[in-house]
Design a protein around this ligand. Structure first.
Ligand code: DGL
Length: 255
């Protein structure tokens, strides 16, 4: 399971609930974080290069790109070169369109995700007749990383993210918010408090877990040792260990 940082742990949580016996290696490109501020070319090169090397070395039976930014930019090119099944993360616009009562959906992602034509295509395909307001809230990525290491969340960051949607024409009508970055569900309580009780959130984690369960149906799993994490640029981060252990990731190595 691959992300730029700790965001993919929200997908891991959903996967654990579906497939508790599946051994997982959680890989985070901390040396490349944040992806949302990088160019398309930089992200595509990093993700293809790293996943190519990791897959060769670790031989997983399936790769999950638990990152909207990496998936919306690099999923197609990674699928070209890797031979294992790859499950990507797609902004949950389709279920959001089915949920909204007001017809106005907000989408919070990284700056790189919200500008992707992939998102335009999802909007055209699944949100016809709805209004989709997008906001690149990259600051939330650092806030989620800090929260998971036990630091307090800066309320001003949450307010700026919410305001980025609410201040757009029609923003007051938003009743459904797509969390189109895997880091953002880590801040769902804080976001919920500022958006208020009339807003519901949706993200892709459950759908990804169901997809992985369906692709591995009938396969047997045996965990020979405790699951672990791999980080680029770091072989340990003691502040993060409690959050990793909580998810069954008992050790960290550097990749
Ligand atoms: N977790 C990533 C996503 O879903 C992005 C975080 C980053 O900017 O690196 O888009």
């Amino acid at each position: 399971m691959f992300d730029s940082g700790v965001g993919g742990l929200t997908v891991l949580d959903a996967l654990r609930a579906q497939l508790p016996d599946a051994p997982v290696i959680y890989a985070a490109d901390l040396a490349g974080l944040p992806y949302g501020e990088k160019s398309e070319a930089q992200i595509a090169a990093r993700v293809s290069g790293l996943l190519g090397r990791m897959t060769e070395r670790l031989k997983p039976r399936l790769v999950c790109i638990a990152c909207n930014t990496a998936s919306t930019i690099a999923l197609a090119s990674v699928r070209e070169v890797l031979e294992v099944p790859i499950v990507g993360t797609v902004p949950a616009i389709k279920p959001a369109a089915a949920m909204t009562q007001t017809g106005t959906i907000g989408l919070l992602g990284t700056a790189a995700t919200v500008r992707q034509t992939y998102v335009d295509q999802l909007e055209t395909e699944f949100a016809q007749g709805k209004r989709l307001l997008r906001h690149g809230a990259g600051e939330l990525v650092a806030a989620a990383e800090a929260k998971l290491r036990g630091a307090p969340v800066d309320q001003a960051v949450i307010e700026r993210a919410v305001n980025g949607l609410r201040s757009q024409p029609g923003g007051e009508e938003i009743d459904t918010v797509v969390l189109a970055c895997t880091h953002f569900p880590l801040l769902i309580e804080e976001l919920g408090q500022v958006f208020g009780p009339g807003v519901r959130f949706i993200d892709g984690a459950q759908g990804i877990a169901r997809r992985i369960a369906s692709l591995t149906r009938g396969q047997s799993f045996a965990r020979a040792h405790a699951d672990s994490a791999l980080f680029t640029g770091s072989d340990g981060d003691s502040a993060l260990m409690p959050a990793l252990r909580l998810r069954g990731l008992e050790s960290v190595a550097r990749f």
